[in-house]
Ligand binder design. Structure first.
Ligand SMILES: C[S@@+](CC[C@H](N)C(=O)[O-])C[C@H]1O[C@@H](n2cnc3c(N)ncnc32)[C@H](O)[C@@H]1O
Length: 285
């Protein structure tokens, strides 16, 4: 386990992941009944962009910092707001220094009766996360393998909620593992919403991944992807995407507005693209 998210926090992939995550949570908040959030690979929750790790790569400068410095049209700004408000609240002085990881973002949006389960296998990260949220009764931090946690914690008693699957992709078969983990979890909890993050290096690999997903017995799957450059070098992180199972019904429409704007701002070579695509089910927006 060499991966440390501190080197990558706030990069373009986090921007997509977290802005979409916040939109899904905003939808969950529209009903009074509490929801459960399960983060299978939680990280440390909060990142200092001035830390040695973040400064070393500077990835956040081409991610959250670009968004921070952009004035979007009102329609796009409204869709970014649930995520950006959480970033702003961590930076009351006005500059951009602290960045919320997925646990902190969902915590910022959650209500007193909502519950969050955070799985993190790295002992130091799990300990840090545990200390960070020790006083918040809504948060449960578990030092456990996220794939085991996913199987153990679904279905939650609330019967409504969201699972984020955000592994470090250190293992070559992580995409295959995602497909089988989703298959098993969906059988146990077919009505839950699942968001699966993926990196795009070689687009052919992603086509095979989405094809496998389409062949599962999972009826409603949406894909959302941005490419920040043409994938000419398959050893580089050329793009990023999210697979969303049981998306809120307004999400597809929202992403068709949000993603082109993000791709424009996050693009590297003037040839960035985005797509919102049905992996399974019918187009709703
Ligand atoms: C991409 S980061 C998570 C970022 C976080 N979800 C966010 O959006 O802020 C992946 C995390 O998974 C942890 N990890 C690696 N292997 C794991 C496993 N098998 N189970 C749970 N966590 C794992 C790493 O230590 C790392 O903190």
């Amino acid at each position: 386990m060499n991966y440390r998210h501190g080197f990558h926090a706030g990069n373009f992939a986090d921007v997509l992941k977290h802005s979409v995550l916040a939109l899904i949570v905003r939808h969950l908040l529209q009903k009074a009944a509490p929801f459960r959030y399960i983060d299978t690979h939680a990280g440390i929750g909060l990142y200092d962009l001035h830390s040695e790790q973040a400064q070393k790569t500077g990835e956040w400068r081409d991610g959250v910092a670009r968004v921070w410095n952009t004035r979007f049209e009102p329609e796009v700004a409204a869709l970014l707001a649930p995520w950006q408000d959480a970033v702003n609240r961590l930076n009351p002085e006005g500059g951009l220094r602290y960045y919320p990881g997925s646990p902190e973002l969902v915590r910022a949006l959650a209500r007193p009766d909502d519950r969050l389960v955070l799985c993190e296998l790295h002992p130091q990260d799990a300990a840090l996360l545990g200390r960070r949220y020790a006083r918040d009764k809504r948060m449960r931090v578990v030092e456990i393998d996220g794939w085991t946690g996913l199987n153990a914690y679904v279905p939650p008693k609330e019967r409504r909620g969201l699972v984020l699957v955000d592994p470090p992709f250190e293992e070559p078969d992580e995409l295959l593992r995602m497909v089988s983990a989703l298959d098993a979890a969906h059988r146990k909890w077919p009505t839950g919403t699942y968001a699966l993050w993926y990196p795009v290096k070689d687009p052919g690999e992603i086509a095979a991944f989405t094809h496998r997903l389409a062949n599962l017995d999972v009826p409603s799957i949406l894909g959302a992807e941005i490419m920040i450059q043409r994938p000419e070098d398959a050893s580089r992180l050329n793009g990023t995407g999210l697979v969303i199972v049981n998306p809120p019904w307004t999400l597809e429409r929202d992403l068709r507005i949000l993603l082109p704007a993000l791709a424009r701002v996050l693009g590297r070579d003037g040839r960035s693209t985005s797509r919102v695509f049905q992996i399974a089910g019918e187009r709703r927006a």
